[in-house]
Design a protein around this ligand. Structure first.
Ligand SMILES: [Zn+2]
Length: 378
């Protein structure tokens, strides 16, 4: 990781770089700050900077053998500790999950703890991600190793507050007797979530929210979203990069659901068989859970449209886009057909649940909808 790939955080970067240059690195650093503001990326960039063989004034060189090993997350003097799950196949230590750890970093620089846990979760796994007691043995073993290539050994502990109490107490012992030329970098959201005795052994560095303008500029450069969409995302993000991205992804999902709703309603209303088949085929390719989510969404939209027909628009919870479609559509949903629509959706949900043939179930539903539009209003 290079400092320049991290969004904003200029003051923290500068502080860390000065520390290295002036040889003032304390043996345990604690990066704390709420959300995905860059604590882990900063820890990784600092480690790479410390190890770089051709350190620049503002960043590691990125090309020396040491930097290249860092970029592949395979530097022999760099150790990673992070929460893992118990999947009953592997030992509950970070190294058992190193392939996934490398993999997620190839995909993204910023991720939340729950995104990480989802990434390693299997159907047999239990737990929400924890640093288990086994890990402390590993840390002790790694401390006993000689450094291979560098002056410093670096141990990054991501989400250090997720250490179980035994592991935390063992880490405390380690921190109480600092080993020469070993740098610990812990990252946590809230420093209060650590054992106070661990906290007091570390030099705390606060990593605040990412600057809005810098987040905006980075997202404009790296995504295909419009500046207006990015502005909304940045505004609700509270300086957390993942929150901004999650907002954009969920609004994209919402608009896909709305598009699907518009498509089935238009085609069913007009009795456009080809359109209904096309809709059933493309929806049939989604995962069954997504199909079910979609039908539940349809049901909610139909209810919202009924509320508008009944002049109770205040009871309709809709986005501006949903409202736009509803303006012309709502008169077609009324007391005379709402019950049938919702019953038909319930039926389709049940069939999907039983693993029926999804495109057929959906097509059947679309055909049946066509009849409901013809029903009298009461
Ligand atoms: Zn380098």
């Amino acid at each position: 990781m290079l400092f320049r790939d991290i969004i904003g955080q200029g003051a923290v970067k500068n502080h860390l770089i000065q520390m290295v240059k002036q040889n003032r690195i304390s043996h345990a650093l604690l990066f704390h700050g709420k959300g995905c503001v860059g604590k882990l990326p900063l820890a990784l960039a600092l480690a790479q900077y410390v190890h770089c063989e051709n350190r620049g004034d503002e960043d590691a060189c990125g090309v020396c053998p040491s930097c290249r090993k860092h970029l592949n997350m395979a530097h022999p003097d760099m150790h990673y500790v992070y929460p893992v799950i118990n999947d009953k196949k592997r030992k509950t230590v970070s190294d058992s999950f190193i392939e996934e750890w490398r993999e997620i970093h190839k995909e993204r620089i910023y991720f939340t703890h729950s995104q990480w846990v989802d990434f390693i979760k299997t159907k047999d796994s239990v737990g929400q991600g924890m640093i288990y007691t086994d890990e402390s043995q590993e840390i002790i073993r790694k401390l006993s190793l000689k450094t291979y290539e560098s002056e410093y050994k670096v141990i990054v502990i991501y989400e250090a507050s997720r250490m179980n109490i035994t592991a935390a107490n063992k880490l405390l012992k380690i921190l109480e007797e600092p080993t020469d030329k070993t740098l610990f970098i812990l990252t946590v959201d809230e420093p209060e979530s650590l054992l106070p005795t661990i906290f007091s052994r570390c030099q705390a560095i606060s990593v605040g929210p990412v600057d809005k303008n810098e987040l905006f500029a980075s997202m404009v450069k790296n995504t295909a979203y419009t500046p207006a969409q990015i502005t909304s995302a940045v505004n609700i993000s509270q300086g957390c990069v993942c929150r901004a991205y999650e907002f954009l992804e969920s609004s994209e999902e919402e608009s896909e659901k709305l598009n699907s709703f518009i498509k089935i309603m238009r085609n069913s209303y007009s009795g456009n068989v080809r359109g209904m088949i096309e809709w059933a085929e493309e929806t049939g390719r989604l995962h069954v859970d997504e199909q079910k989510q979609l039908l539940i969404y349809f049901s909610a939209q139909l209810r919202n449209n009924l509320m508008k027909t009944l002049s109770a628009a205040s009871l309709a919870v809709m986005t501006p886009e949903e409202n736009d479609f509803s303006a012309k559509f709502h008169p077609f949903i009324h007391k005379g057909n709402i019950g049938f629509f919702r019953e038909e959706i319930e039926k389709a949900l049940l069939y999907l649940e039983r693993n029926g043939n999804a495109p057929l179930i959906l097509l059947d539903m679309a055909f049946t909808f066509h009849r409901f539009f013809k029903l009298p209003k009461n």
